[in-house]
Design a protein around this ligand. Structure first.
Ligand code: G1P
Length: 289
């Protein structure tokens, strides 16, 4: 199994980050000096992905522009000797082959992934949710691909969450295969705590096989009246092998303000340009409390 393609659903309305997302796609909000979606694309590329489909909507054209060349800006930067800035601008356009399709209707994550059917064809593919930004040694998508290849299975990225938090996620029923890797036998989307299979939640990374598309076509609307990817995966795991990988990385939910600020601070603390200054600034701030 070789995983060369990835799908990034990015058609959400960003309602948890208003008013900033009224005119700026949430995927374009900067984490330190790069838009959030660039971290997702970098993770995909570092995991061996070559072709990426971004599922967008009509309010997201700033994303296509960002991953395009900007001849006027690049010319100005070159002429004024700002080569580092020029190279950074150019790099964002040259990272991968990026394709776009619009979801057209807001019908849920399962429907957004289904829009990738023609792009994916018969190959296995990765799905990376734009809100879930990861920081770790080995890219999380790579961790999933390695498990998918080893077990010839679909793979989902999971981590344990607090019992009271499981209703924000999908919960999975699992049994251990080896350290950090589990066989998946069932799952449900946003369960009340008493209906959760476990406290392991799916957190924004998947490696799927193309039979998910015919399943999604026959998946009725579920939680919130939307076609849920989790409901499709539930059918998938009952008919085909699926593993859950308890991945090693810190996961940030940048779709809400608290997660967005946590990611901003942690990423800035790792950024050579600002980390020393930020550390000193924070120490001074804390002294004031
Ligand atoms: C989505 C998925 C859910 C998953 C979560 C975190 O929910 O539907 O199964 O657990 O992402 O990755 P959302 O955060 O879009 O409500």
């Amino acid at each position: 199994m070789k995983v060369r393609k990835a799908v990034i659903p990015a058609a959400g309305l960003g309602t948890r980050m208003l008013p900033a997302t009224k005119t700026v796609p949430k995927e374009m909000l900067p984490l330190v000096d790069k838009p959030a979606i660039q971290y997702i694309i970098e993770e995909a590329v570092a995991s061996g992905i070559e072709d990426i489909l971004v599922v967008t909507n009509r309010a997201k054209s700033a994303m296509d522009d960002y991953f395009d060349y900007a001849p006027e800006l690049e010319g100005v930067l070159m002429r004024s000797g700002k080569t580092a800035e020029h190279d950074a601008v150019r790099r964002s356009a040259d990272m991968a082959n990026i394709f776009y399709v619009r979801q057209k209707e807001t019908k849920g994550l399962g429907h957004a992934v289904w829009r990738a059917k023609r792009f994916v064809g018969d190959e296995p593919f990765a799905v990376l949710l734009g809100d879930d930004i990861m920081m770790g040694e080995v890219p999380v998508t790579k961790q999933l691909i390695d498990a998918a290849v080893k077990y010839e299975a679909a793979a989902i990225g999971v981590q344990r969450v607090a019992a009271e938090a499981i209703s924000k996620y999908s919960s999975v029923q699992i049994s251990e295969l080896e350290s950090k890797i589990y066989k998946v036998s069932d799952m449900n989307e946003k369960p009340a705590p008493e209906h959760a299979f476990s406290n392991f939640a799916i957190l924004g990374r998947y490696v799927l096989t193309s039979n998910i598309f015919s399943i999604l076509e026959n998946t009725p609307p579920g939680y919130g009246g939307e076609i849920q990817l989790t409901d499709g995966l539930r059918t998938l795991c009952k008919g085909s092998p699926m593993v859950a990988v308890d991945f090693e990385a810190t996961r940030y939910d940048t779709g809400n303000l608290q997660g967005f600020l946590e990611a901003t601070i942690d990423f800035a603390l790792k950024d050579a340009q600002v980390s020393d200054w930020l550390r000193g600034f924070m120490i001074e701030k804390v002294k004031g409390f």
